[in-house]
Ligand binder design. Structure first.
Ligand code: CMC
Length: 434
């Protein structure tokens, strides 16, 4: 652990008894109280559903200042990486901690490229799914199945095997994602093409067909590459925490990433872009927005403005700003500039940003608000949106998993609880139960 114990102490007083706890400082961000000895010293646990005030690990990968709207990967602002870098460079940065030299970049790109094909038997594995299966269901299953296909890289105590498994997932998960898409629409799988960039290859695997040439649009390839950069990591969010918890038991990396994909699927997390687009379609026209906002504010309706709000950002999500610009560029390029959903999104955003309900709760657009419209214009169906998120987030999950495995203070993740069920009672024979 590199966090420094500082001179501050936190004192907890319960029933007149006071106990001191060390306060740790990171390189930036709020200090944390080290309560590791709380139970031993007081016989009590902390209670924090949703972990809103709990730091679960010491990490050097990603930093978010939610109040200022700042996101840094290994110290580099997301805006600079999205403007000047490419996705594989971001992968290198997240995995190794530094930006690559030209030689390191070329070697890394080559290594990822050489792993893009999946075992041919995987194609048979896909045949077992119904054609109408949700691609995220196929992703959870097929990524989990990688452990069965690549058993030679599941020994987590071997750094070489860990790196091979990492490269395999960064390279093969896009191939599986494209296969899930093709299978769903009843088209033949398209093999990866190693002469193409990461994003261009993904577009080709998704949209090429054997009967005619597919010309990759460089504007779309660049936009997709940036979308991947924006989604590459986001510190200890729900899916990343899931990956870390799964990995803390010593589970193999393929199983851990499959667990992360399962968590990402939820509408409060990666499924929000699909939900945001569905919401815009449901609103239907700009004049229906006030009625919809009324529903959102009514607590009994349980309706939320999808693509708005964030556990950490209490300011404009920096990724949403880049996403909004990209959305306009992609819509113009694809001739979807007149997409009827765009004016609804723009007006909704304008109203929400000036409405006291949203201002008081610090609810701003998040990355998912504009990503749905952008991906739709690129030709992806809504069911693929979260799959694309998973393709991008794979490197973040792997980097966090790898950091955890190498952390000498790592323990199995095992939270405690506030038990409020029945106290001890005697078993009643079935015939005597009322
Ligand atoms: N629409 C309307 N009200 C909202 C929204 C929303 N999108 N989000 C939060 N609120 C209200 C909520 O009702 C509560 O109000 P009150 O204090 O009156 O009870 C207050 O804001 C705080 O909400 P919370 O549920 O305690 O906040 P949280 O930190 O637990 O939830 C969130 C964060 C992202 C789950 C939530 O904002 C949400 O459901 N947003 C919509 C889904 C979404 O866009 N998710 C994508 C997140 S970004 C991508 C990713 O990381 O996966």
């Amino acid at each position: 652990m590199d966090a420094k114990t500082n001179t501050k102490k936190a004192t907890l007083t319960v029933d007149g008894k006071s106990v001191d706890f060390p306060v740790l400082s990171g390189s930036v961000g709020p200090d944390v109280i080290d309560i590791g000895k709380l139970y031993a010293q007081t016989g009590m646990f902390t209670y924090d559903p949703g972990f809103t005030s709990t730091g679960s690990c010491d990490s050097k990968i990603t930093y978010i200042d939610g109040d200022a709207g700042i996101l840094l990967y290994r110290g580099y602002p997301i805006e600079q990486l999205a403007e000047k870098g490419d996705f594989l460079e971001t992968c290198y940065l997240l995995l190794y901690g530094e930006l690559p030299t030209p030689l390191q970049k070329k070697d890394f790109d080559d290594r990822v490229t050489r792993h893009t094909m999946v075992h041919e038997q995987m194609a048979r594995f896909f045949q077992g799914f119904r054609r109408d299966a949700h691609p995220m269901a196929v992703m959870v299953a097929s990524v989990g199945a990688l452990a069965a296909f690549y058993n030679d890289s599941t020994d987590i105590s071997d750094p070489k095997q860990r790196m091979i498994a990492s490269m395999r997932m960064i390279a093969k998960i896009p191939t599986l994602a494209a296969m899930a898409f093709k299978y769903n629409i009843g088209q033949p799988f398209v093999y990866p093409k190693n002469s193409l960039s990461f994003a261009a290859n993904f577009l080709n695997m998704c949209f090429a067909v054997p009967c005619e040439d597919y010309k990759i649009n460089p504007v779309l390839a660049e936009a997709l590459d940036k979308i991947f950069i924006l989604h590459a990591d986001h510190e200890q969010n729900a899916s990343t925490s899931t990956v870390r918890i799964a990995g803390s038991s010593g589970a193999n990396p393929f199983a851990c990433i499959a667990a992360g994909i399962a968590c990402l699927w939820g509408p409060a997390h990666g499924g929000a872009n699909e939900a945001a687009l569905a919401m815009l379609a449901e609103i239907g026209s700009v004049d229906k927005i006030p009625e919809f906002i009324k529903k959102v504010k009514d607590k009994d309706s349980k309706v939320r403005l999808m693509g708005f709000g964030h556990r950490v950002y209490k300011n404009y999500d920096p990724r949403a700003k880049i996403m909004q610009q990209m959305c306009h560029k992609v819509l113009k390029e694809t001739g979807h500039a007149n997409d009827p959903l765009l004016p609804i999104a723009l007006e909704l955003e304008k109203i929400a940003l000036s409405d006291p309900y949203f201002i008081d709760r610090k609810l701003y657009p998040n990355v998912d608000f504009y990503s749905g419209i952008t991906l739709k214009a690129m030709g992806f169906p809504t069911s693929m949106f979260t799959v694309l998120f998973a393709v991008a987030r794979t490197v973040g999950w792997i980097s966090q998993w790898s950091e955890m495995i190498q952390d000498p203070h790592q323990k199995i993740g095992r939270p405690r609880q506030l038990y409020s069920g029945a106290t001890s009672r005697d078993y009643v024979d079935i015939g005597k139960r009322k």
